[in-house]
Write a protein that binds this ligand. Structure first.
Ligand SMILES: O=C(O)c1ccccc1N[C@@H]1O[C@H](COP(=O)(O)O)[C@@H](O)[C@H]1O
Length: 215
């Protein structure tokens, strides 16, 4: 039986990819403003992508330790539903961003071992959602989008007060198992539905959403 799982497809770079993600059943699309990412988009391109999204699909801006100038430009150019903070932003910075832009904030917590989970409790006090992602490997040149999974057993059976998403190394072939292990009701994917870095594949997006919902 189909489960009510919400999927975020992150790092879309063309209007065609946005339409394909929505048709595949994505509840959220992610627009990536981290300049070193193969999924990076300028605010002007992101505006076109956001306008290509059908009503009901939430548009999420991913940034990494962005200053106010960059967030001012992004939020002033792109119609958005949520800000995803994917760097080493503090609890105080999350509060500032929420107050300044009036948008829901999803804070990312990178997990490699049990000690990292303490951060979730800190951030759920201030963020609207938590994205639980794999911690990047040493020497990685970006803090996410590394096709790396963490040990899902670390969060099996955990419950948090705020809505949360699972990310990190998810692909059509493992997303059902990840959901079964962790109890996630929302999942996020970037590299796992691509034919090349930054190029989303319609068939993989469909397969991912179907696997997430149907197991
Ligand atoms: O996708 C990126 O390039 C990226 C760059 C910088 C920060 C975050 C990034 N992506 C986020 O990471 C998760 C997991 O990625 P993956 O599925 O393991 O490739 C992704 O869903 C984005 O939210």
């Amino acid at each position: 039986m189909a489960q009510d799982i919400r999927v975020k497809i992150c790092g879309l770079t063309t209007p065609e990819q946005v339409v394909a993600a929505a048709e595949a059943g994505a509840a959220y699309i992610g627009l990536n403003f981290f300049a070193r990412s193969p999924r990076y988009v300028t605010p002007d391109l992101a505006r076109d992508l956001a306008l290509a999204a059908p009503p009901g699909v939430a548009k999420v801006a991913l940034s990494v330790d962005a200053d106010d100038a960059l967030l001012d430009e992004i939020t002033g150019t792109v119609p958005l539903d949520m800000l995803q903070l994917h760097g080493s932003e503090t609890v105080e910075r999350v509060e500032e961003v929420k107050a300044r832009y009036g948008l829901p904030v999803m804070k990312v917590v990178g997990v490699a071992d049990a000690a990292d989970l303490a951060q979730i409790a800190e951030f759920e006090a201030v963020a609207d959602q938590i994205l639980v992602d794999a911690k990047p490997p040493k020497g990685a040149d970006r803090p996410g989008g590394n096709a790396l999974a963490f040990d899902w057993a670390l969060i099996a059976g955990r419950e948090w007060a705020k809505p949360w998403m699972l990310a990190g190394g998810l692909v059509p072939g493992n997303v059902a198992e990840a959901i079964a292990h962790t109890g996630a009701r929302q999942v996020d994917v970037a590299s796992g539905v691509e034919s090349a870095p930054g190029v989303k594949d319609q068939g993989l997006m469909r397969a991912f959403v179907e696997a997430a919902r149907c197991g």
